[in-house]
Design a protein around this ligand. Structure first.
Ligand code: GLN
Length: 480
């Protein structure tokens, strides 16, 4: 019975053990999650859809769990996961929380979906997100407002807010998110869970509804570092369907262990950062020192330009990616007077305010005459930021920053001011510019209105050095 399962205490690792030892079945584990969803999700609104075949999936897992054939007893057999609504699961709607794709049914599995299916994972449902993954609060979703489980008057962060809230509120053992400028890490920080943005190219983007193709990464949101590592190890790898993917094993590890951590102090004195965040960050650094890490001051001279550069070239990429939604092949179709009229009417109705803003900005910065002044300059800044990090990693093994400028903010507080929302990416976007892996780990709480609001510490590692992130995370959280 599901009463014997304490899902609050459960992780992928411990659930695996209990399932293998027959302490509970996959059906019981799925039922426990379904009952948590029934109890909490009318309030939190993390899920856009809870699938109706969950118990069927679980029954099949139980059959395999009962066999003696070890080949059938795969590593994620019976493990219930949530998936952000921009990752395709064949036969299910995948809308990217966009009106344009509201009724779009995925015709195939994303590579990450397929890999997780192959190891026996159970898919609970698809989670809410910002409109087309544009945002930092999940408020731009046209469908519902997801609440932060730590204080339901506040946002869960975004754009993977539904995934982070589901994991934080025990409505999934783990979830997948996507991260273009911070969309896995910032909501994970604000919801008090762990979020990993892998190295660009370490995980296939095939079947991810594209936002910025040179930045997008799929990654796990979990309750322990060990779980993040487990999910990452399943979903990573070279994929013939995504030519930007690489195999970790094809590249030697340059650093085997992290001993020193660089902190870009000058950059952290940014005027918008809540000073209490720095206090908690400093406490985290003291803890790292006592764990034996050497903390060094580093300089990232171009980091101040990271947000402006992103909001020039990301809209350029986004506008190109969104050009395919013309109302002809799939997605929303609205009749106009003629073909051009169809395009205009469809795009008018299908895109919300934020995608529209990005299309206007993006097509402008790519237009003849402005291309050099905006797009190319932004790409130049991207290269300089990469150089800053290469120089930093010549001196230290990891870079640390807070994950967010402050704790979860109030629903409605920033939605009228896009620049405020854009600034939320200040620390996270660095790793997207450079393609480096980064993780957000819970690092204390701030009290506001008698609620404990979580904050995260972010670690960034050199390309393909996810191992360093897992090891510092495990030591920091005492998982070893
Ligand atoms: N805040 C960023 C944006 O709105 C992040 C998006 C993301 O990582 N998906 O573009």
């Amino acid at each position: 019975m599901s009463e014997k399962i304490n899902i609050k205490e459960l992780t992928i690792t411990t659930a695996r053990k209990h399932l293998d030892e027959g302490d509970f079945s996959a059906v019981e584990l799925a039922e426990a999650h379904l009952s948590a969803i029934r109890e909490k999700d009318s309030d939190i609104q993390a899920y856009l859809e809870v699938f109706d075949d969950i118990l069927n999936q679980a029954r099949k897992a139980d059959e395999k769990l009962r066999t003696k054939d070890s080949k059938q007893r795969t590593s994620f057999l019976g493990i219930p996961l949530a998936v952000k609504d921009n990752i395709l699961i064949e036969g299910h709607i995948t809308s990217a929380a966009s009106t344009m794709l509201k009724n779009y049914t995925a015709a195939y599995d994303a590579t990450v979906t397929k890999k997780l299916k192959d190891v026996g994972a159970i898919f609970l449902g698809r989670t809410n997100m910002d409109d087309a993954a544009m945002g930092t609060s999940t408020e731009s979703s046209p469908f519902q407002v997801t609440k932060n489980p730590h204080d339901t008057t506040r946002v869960p962060g975004g754009s993977s807010g539904g995934s982070a809230a589901a994991v934080a509120a025990d409505m999934a053992l783990a979830a997948l998110g996507s991260d273009t400028a911070g969309s896995i890490r910032q909501p994970s920080a604000l919801c008090g869970v762990i979020g990993l943005k892998p190295t660009y190219g370490a995980v296939s983007r095939y079947g991810l509804i594209a936002l910025g193709s040179s930045l997008d990464c799929i990654g796990p949101i979990t309750r322990t570092i060990a779980d993040a590592e487990l999910v990452f190890n399943v979903i990573k790898g070279k994929d013939p369907m995504d030519s930007t993917t690489v195999d970790r094993d094809d590249y030697p590890l340059i650093k085997k262990q992290a001993r020193s951590i660089g902190v870009p102090w000058k950059f952290l004195e940014h005027e918008t950062i809540d000073k209490r965040v720095l206090t908690i960050f400093k406490e985290a650094l003291s803890k790292l020192k006592t764990l034996g890490y050497e903390i060094r001051d580093i300089n990232l001279p171009h980091a101040d330009y990271a947000v402006p550069a992103y909001y020039v070239y990301l809209p350029a990429e986004a506008s190109t990616n969104l050009a395919r939604y013309d109302g002809v092949k799939y997605g929303l179709h609205v009749d106009g007077e003629d073909l051009l009229g169809d395009y205009l009417a469809t795009r008018q109705k299908g895109f919300g305010p934020e995608p529209r803003r990005r299309i206007i900005l993006g097509t402008y910065v790519l237009s003849a005459g402005y291309h050099d002044a905006y797009y190319n300059r932004a790409m130049g800044i991207r290269r300089l930021i990469k150089k800053d990090f290469d120089a930093a990693f010549a001196a230290v093994d990891l870079v640390a920053t807070p994950t967010s400028l402050g704790p979860a903010f109030k629903i409605g507080q920033k939605i009228g001011d896009p620049v405020q929302l854009y600034l939320e990416d200040l620390f996270t976007v660095l790793a997207n510019h450079t393609g480096m892996p980064a993780i957000s780990i819970p690092a204390g709480n701030l009290e506001e209105e008698e609620k404990q609001l979580p904050l995260g510490i972010q670690f960034i590692a050199p390309h393909l050095h996810e191992e360093l992130l897992f090891s510092v995370g495990k030591r920091f959280l005492g998982e070893e």
